[in-house]
Design a protein around this ligand. Structure first.
Ligand SMILES: [Fe+2]
Length: 178
């Protein structure tokens, strides 16, 4: 499974700290092994069940959000210099893990993809934090996962969480209907 996860997530290799990189990889291996979905499914299923006729795949959407996060951080560092401190490894780890909990959220009923009962009770930011904690990810990464979506709107997000939140929504909102 390790090779399959590395194949769908080339951005994992962008994490410089070996220990952190390994933990991120382990979270994804665990999630895929406990999901009704295979890594190949993630390359073809639409990134949201809420959008009708969505042609953007789960992996396309997720990888775009990670790539955008890195681009934004790079530009901010270039332009704001010492005025801003961004931990790129934490940023990438968090961005790769924000939706890892979604793999547990899905269920297959009569061959059709739906949201599982557990997924309805505990949205993916919560299940994602639980997976991240299981593999020893630091609180800075758990924070990005916990607050990346609407659950974090009233929270004080870290700079890395702000970047990931916006990178995620900028690659989601254009496809929303209504
Ligand atoms: Fe999400």
């Amino acid at each position: 499974m390790k090779e399959e996860v590395i194949k769908i997530w080339p951005e994992i290799s962008w994490i410089k700290n070996e220990n952190l990189r390994e933990k991120v990889l382990n979270c994804w291996i665990y999630a895929v092994e406990n999901s009704v979905l295979t890594p190949e499914d993630l390359e073809v299923i639409p990134f949201s069940l809420l959008i009708k006729d969505c042609k953007i795949s789960f992996m396309n959407h997720k990888r775009t959000a990670v790539q955008l996060s890195v681009d934004i951080a790079k530009r901010m560092k270039e332009n704001f210099g010492e005025e801003i401190q961004i931990d790129t490894d934490i940023l990438i780890a968090g961005a790769i893990l924000i939706d890892v909990g979604k793999l547990i959220e899905y269920d297959k009923v009569d061959g059709k993809l739906t949201t599982s009962k557990a997924g309805k009770l505990l949205r993916h930011p919560f299940s994602g934090v639980s997976i991240a904690d299981r593999f020893g990810l630091p609180p800075e990464v758990q924070h990005i996962i916990a607050y990346h979506a609407k659950e974090g709107d009233d929270a004080k997000r870290s700079i890395e969480a702000i970047i990931v939140h916006h990178a995620d929504f900028v690659s989601f909102d254009p496809f929303k209907i209504g």
